[in-house]
Design a protein around this ligand. Structure first.
Ligand code: SAM
Length: 345
């Protein structure tokens, strides 16, 4: 297989195995940090192959840990690998690995949720958004607690073309809990269709590449793991600000089993709820009896466009929060009750 031959071209000098590295540096997996290591190089090579050809590429690996996936990335020929690791215990083992690939690996001790990736690579590698993707890849086998907030943050940056998307349509290959991987790629009408499916698919081509059984990790997590590849679309399917789309999608999925009208009406203040919900659905030409899972991306686009127009026509609507209105209503009720009580006393 061509890809396998390519991986073999960049054989690293003899190194202790990942198992030996873990023993050598006493790298017990921290349950609190949801650390589950991949020690099988056939699997880490397979993850790397999903990212396209990495020969001469620039790569950012998130959470390298003891360095299994890191070795596969270097073996695949990456010219510049930046690893971002939060746990200091892994740094000496990673330094040992970087010495075997001189000038090709940089180590950053930091938290990927706040790390400024746009500062990690030179500006000259940037491509325009409409061009082919830059030769820059983000990869990682992250703890589940981090991968979901991280992909939401990256989707927003993708929409704003900030962070690592200042370089163009940077591709991502990441692991998720299997159920989350299924949600990310779920099609309209499927059981797993969720907010995450719509938010990811309106901005990217999302591919659920393969599933790794939990037993392949050390220690074994209680779930299986999905490897997901994201390529940002040159033309996002919805051309509205990320926060506005997020608002529509969040409201639509609020009552998952009910007709979509039920969730969407919460976008509007009680005094205008019926009238504006009808206007929204009518101008978007969306059937109010659809379940949220049955709304296609093009229908979400029509809803986002119609909602944006309503926000332009109705001052303050974009900031409306039905929870705030409910809270104020409860407070007023309580106050009225207290006043009545005082009067009657
Ligand atoms: N990549 C290694 C592998 O596949 O064996 C380790 C995977 S382990 C599931 C997740 C790694 O991400 C750990 O090394 C952990 O310390 C690191 N990590 C967790 N949260 C992080 C964060 N916010 N920023 C950077 N690294 C993080």
């Amino acid at each position: 297989m061509a890809a396998t031959q390519k991986l073999a071209c960049f054989r690293l000098p003899p190194l202790p195995t990942i198992k030996e590295i873990i023993k050598l540096y006493n790298l017990r997996a921290e349950k609190q940090l949801s650390q589950n290591f991949l020690l099988d190089m056939r699997l880490t090579d397979k993850i790397v192959r999903q990212a396209a050809c990495l020969k001469d590429a620039r790569v950012c690996e998130v959470g390298p840990g003891p360095g299994g996936l890191t070795r596969s990335i270097l073996k695949a020929g990456a010219a510049d690998l930046l690893v971002v690791e939060k746990d200091t215990r892994f740094i000496p083992g990673l330094q040992l690995l970087s010495e075997t690939a001189p000038g090709r690996m940089r180590i950053a001790h930091g938290d990927i949720l706040t790390y400024r990736l746009e500062r990690g690579f030179p500006a000259h590698i940037a491509k325009t958004w409409e061009d082919v993707p830059p030769n820059l890849h983000i990869m990682g086998n992250l703890p589940f607690s981090v991968s979901t907030p991280l992909i939401i943050k990256w989707l927003e940056q993708m929409s704003n073309r900030t962070g690592c998307f200042m370089f163009g349509r940077t591709r991502l290959t990441l692991t998720f809990q299997k159920e989350v991987a299924e949600r990310l790629t779920a099609s309209t009408g499927s059981r797993q269709r969720s907010r995450l499916s719509v938010m990811a698919q309106y901005l990217c081509t999302v591919k659920n590449c393969f599933t790794i059984p939990g037993c392949a990790f050390v220690p074994k997590p209680n779930v299986d793991v999905g490897v997901v590849h994201f390529t940002p679309l040159a033309q996002p399917q919805i051309q509205q600000p990320f926060k506005l789309v997020e608002r529509i999608v969040k409201n639509a999925f609020q009552f998952r089993r009910k007709h979509c009208r039920r969730g969407l009406e919460m976008l509007f203040p009680e005094s205008q709820r019926q009238e504006l919900t009808e206007e929204l659905l009518r101008s978007a030409d969306v059937d109010p009896t659809l379940r949220p899972t049955e709304i296609s991306i093009s229908e979400f686009r029509a809803l986002a466009d119609a909602y944006s127009k309503l926000c332009e026509e109705n001052q303050g609507l974009i900031d409306y929060d039905f929870r705030e209105e409910l809270k104020l209503k409860h407070q007023a009720k309580r106050q009225l009750g207290n006043n009545l009580y005082k009067l009657l006393k």
